[in-house]
Design a protein around this ligand. Structure first.
Ligand code: UD1
Length: 427
């Protein structure tokens, strides 16, 4: 298992480019199942989750030619309609093939994702929505099985604006007979990007980006080309890294309007954040001020930025209260940050962070993707060396993060293999 070793204390300076958004790439790749014709997807991030989705498409019999950040995909036929446990257990977002498979091929068997480090993460709303569209949905032997001759449009109300649930149902509705209305839909930019791709393919979707999405079913979708939107969470992570090190960082290739909640919190904390058309620059001239944050569905403050901003608050002047409303146990990074000298108390869904002037490097363990990013951000500011283990979580969603941070002047390297068999490969 690889580790990332950081020597903290260097102010980050310079320009860094963001990759495509993992959370847009995954549903877009899954949606290629919905129709024939060649789809060329570009700006795919080179991260493990994308590799897993490509592998899953291959298993299903979809022809995928992937090279670098581009994939040419033809889903003329399928060999299988089953997403096996071995893959789903490594990536919950595999459930995104459920809607497309049942919609186009009339059946799907997808291993039911289990709980994960950040919460129970049920998929009940995906399943209830598909049942509303006329699918017969059962759970047998650990698999979700869904069947339908042809789905029928329906009105679906989501109790929670689930992101992948909205995407699954929007995809399924594309080929359904009649009109589907999804109420209380997720408004994330990644949902909008998926809709944009589906519309290019001939789908009739309106309202993506609002909480009411309408899909008029069509008989078939054609091929189309699409460039995935930039990753707003990766961009936000670089801003947090610049901020915590007292640096001056320009993040290029991002869409500032997707990042308003994060930019606003950084400004409130005392940083100078300026937006270009496709870039954001953060300049730090002082220690951050403690600010309160509460995670919400988009356009609220993203839960996927909570750990990175908590790391920043660890060295702030004053106290900040961070409230997590999206996932029930997304504070697993807290004990690790405490090992670095942070003063954080957790009470239910609130974390009270009393900023300290300095934190110190320590061996810490990553528990999920964004927690890993939070620990890296903390390590960049900590005195001495921080060693983050279990970085396979990080590799699921960040492309060459050590190289990108290294380019900004961070002293960071990846150490391959387990303790004792260290081979340094990047700085
Ligand atoms: C997506 C993102 C993830 C992000 C999350 C919230 C992808 C691949 N992943 O995950 O990075 O952290 O959105 O922004 O896009 N819920 C239910 N029933 C369901 C579905 C969800 O109760 O059927 C609840 C969840 O437990 C959670 C909340 O809804 O409390 C939001 O989760 P959801 O939006 O579904 O997260 P994901 O789509 O899994």
């Amino acid at each position: 298992m690889d580790r990332i070793v950081i020597t903290g204390g260097n102010p980050l300076r310079g320009t860094v480019r963001v990759s495509g958004a993992k959370n847009a790439a995954l549903p877009i790749l899954a949606s290629t199942i919905l129709g024939g014709g060649e789809c060329v997807i570009t700006n795919l991030p080179r991260v493990v989750d994308v590799v897993t989705m490509v592998k899953l498409l291959g298993l299903l019999g979809v022809a995928v030619k992937a090279e670098g950040s581009r994939a040419a995909i033809s889903a003329e036929t399928v060999r299988s309609t089953e997403a096996p446990y071995e893959l789903v257990k490594t990536m919950r977002a595999s459930v995104l093939v459920l809607g497309p498979l049942v919609s186009r091929w009339g059946e799907a068997a997808v291993s039911l994702p289990g709980g994960c480090a950040i919460g129970t993460r049920p998929v009940n709303l995906h399943l209830a929505g598909l049942a509303k569209l006329g699918a017969e949905v059962t759970i047998e032997h650990g698999y979700i099985r869904a069947k339908a001759k042809r789905l029928r449009g329906a009105r679906i109300y989501l109790d929670t604006p689930t992101v992948t649930g909205t995407e699954n149902l929007m995809m399924a509705a594309c080929l359904a007979e009649g009109t589907t209305v999804i109420e209380n839909a997720a408004r994330e930019p990644e949902v909008v990007d998926l809709a944009a791709f589906l519309i290019k393919r001939g789908a009739r979707i309106t309202g993506a980006g609002s909480d009411l999405i309408t899909v008029e079913g069509v008989p078939a979708l054609r091929g189309a080309d699409h460039e995935v939107i930039p990753d707003r969470i990766e961009a936000g992570t670089f801003l947090a890294a610049g901020a915590i090190t007292g640096g001056d960082v320009c993040v290029e290739g991002c869409l500032p309007n997707h990042m308003e909640a994060v930019s606003m919190k950084l400004r409130e904390a005392g940083f100078d954040v300026t937006e270009g058309k496709e870039s954001i620059r953060l300049k730090a001239s002082r220690r951050p001020k403690g600010v309160d944050m509460k995670t919400f569905a988009y356009p609220g403050f993203p839960t996927d930025m909570q750990a990175q901003m908590m790391a920043l608050m660890c060295v702030a002047e004053g106290t900040s209260v961070i409230t997590e409303t999206v996932f029930e146990s997304r504070f697993i990074h807290v004990p690790e940050l405490r090992r670095m000298g942070a003063d954080i108390k957790v009470e239910g869904s609130h974390a009270v962070v009393n900023g300290t002037e300095k934190i110190t490097g320590a061996p810490v363990m990553a528990s999920d993707l964004r927690a890993s990013a939070g620990l890296i951000v903390a390590g960049l500011a900590a005195e001495g060396e921080t060693e983050v283990s279990r970085v396979y979580h990080l590799d699921r969603g960040y492309e060459r993060i050590e190289e990108k941070l290294g380019g900004l002047g961070a002293v960071i390297r990846r150490v391959r293999g387990g303790a004792g068999s260290a081979v340094t490969v990047a700085t």
